[in-house]
Design a protein around this ligand. Structure first.
Ligand code: GDP
Length: 386
């Protein structure tokens, strides 16, 4: 077919009849075709706009981050948290420097862990608990550890509009769970974020997690008080809760104690109280309390907070507050070592390749898991430089 070069840029006229004549394919040889001219696309950018060259953003130094954080600059704090969460080695190095420099300004907050199954009312409750704290003159950071992030990179905690009242408060800093990596990695990032928030003057830190397993241990290892939110209703409240989670709780609160649920909530509270009697006295010397409240109708919030205040007074007096924090430091040292060792091992390209091959051998029953594991480990210890 003959080629027709046609300059579309000359098309100024939008008259359809006129276009029908003007288009090259409207000539005799394409008699059965009528091609209308389209409307010429305007340029994507404004050709009249003269942009001034924007200065390149200078890299912020660790000292500048720390200064910004210490002044309570929320943007700087947010950026520093992003650094902490980043997987890039250069970000990690800078983040560690910032954390190190912030450390002398930390420790002066009440760290409170909050857990409960999805639907227990965590966001509703944190919203009102948070306002309570702020109305008393406190500054609050709400952080989270989402155990679902390990598998799905999505979140149980972060996907809805949550904490509407808190999110507009200038004294509240809300940060969703770090989303990448293993639960241990996610938890460590939240632990480091606590350091930054405390240096920025947040004297109350809430760490939220979903009450579904492992993540409670992680949260428990970074807070002073662990609050378990429960629901009443099914009559077999105690069965679904892992003993370990109850043992960790410093306070158990039965939410949704409102309307025709009041009786059931009270009954559940009584059941929890008697169940707790069977547990040994926790190392804090504090017997966990069980209360009922309604986050939605804001009933019983003062009482919950009174319990938390009493706890802090109690453990500060008997020395357990300091003791628990020291134990947590030790825990995080080991956690960090474990995580780094694992990362060093699993990200080594030769090991990755070996593991892929060994996995197939094990899956097809050509080698036992123990032999496969020791082969890979032997190689690692003999050949990979640490
Ligand atoms: P989360 O999944 O634990 O964060 O729970 P949400 O805070 O999202 O609450 C789950 C549902 O329970 C929502 O529909 C809330 O409105 C409702 N809810 C939360 N607290 C209360 C309460 O105190 N009383 C009643 N009746 N409903 C509540």
């Amino acid at each position: 077919m003959e080629q027709h070069d046609f300059d579309y840029s000359n098309m100024k006229d939008h008259d359809a009849n006129h276009n029908a004549i003007e288009h090259p394919e409207n000539s005799e040889e394409f008699a059965s075709l009528t091609v209308n001219k389209g409307v010429a696309q305007p340029p994507m950018t404004n050709p009249y706009l003269k942009l001034k060259a924007r200065p390149r953003r200078r890299n912020i130094t660790a000292a500048e981050y720390v200064e910004g954080i210490r002044k309570g600059n929320v943007t700087m704090l947010g950026q520093a948290v992003t650094l902490v969460e980043s997987q890039l080695p250069e970000h990690q190095a800078l983040a560690q420097e910032v954390i190190e420099k912030c450390l002398p300004f930390t420790g002066n907050s009440k760290r409170i862990g909050i857990t409960g199954v999805p639907g227990a009312g965590k966001s509703t409750s944190i919203d009102v608990f948070g306002l309570h704290v702020i109305n008393r003159g406190g500054k609050l950071a709400v952080l989270a550890i989402d155990p679902s992030s390990e598998l799905t990179k999505g979140s149980i905690l972060g996907d809805k509009t949550r904490m509407e009242k808190l999110s507009v408060q200038k004294d509240a800093f809300i940060r969703p769970s770090p989303s990448a990596g293993s639960l241990g990695g996610v938890a460590r990032k939240t632990r480091e974020t606590i350091v930054l928030c405390e240096a920025a003057g947040y004297d109350n830190i809430f760490v939220e997690t979903v009450g579904v397993g492992q993540s409670e241990t992680a949260v428990h290892s970074m807070v002073d008080f662990f609050l378990l939110i429960q629901l009443a209703g099914t009559g077999d409240e105690l069965q679904g809760i892992k003993r370990g989670i109850m043992e960790m709780a410093d306070g158990i609160v039965i939410n949704k104690c409102d309307g025709d649920n009041v009786e059931r909530a009270k009954l559940a509270a009584a059941q929890f109280r008697s169940a707790l009697h069977l547990f040994p006295m926790p190392p804090s010397g504090w017997s966990p309390k069980v209360l009922t409240y309604s986050g939605y109708y804001e009933l019983g919030i003062d009482e919950v907070w009174q319990m938390i205040d009493e706890y802090f007074e109690f453990v500060r007096k008997n020395g357990y507050f300091e003791e628990r924090r020291r134990q947590q430091e030790k825990y995080w040292m080991y956690e960090t070592i474990n995580e780094q060792l694992k990362r060093h091992f699993y990200t080594n390209p030769v090991i990755e390749e070996m593991l892929a091959a060994k996995k197939q051998m094990v899956l097809s029953a050509r080698q036992s898991s123990f032999v496969a594991a020791s082969d890979v480990l032997d190689y690692y210890f003999k050949n990979v430089k640490i």
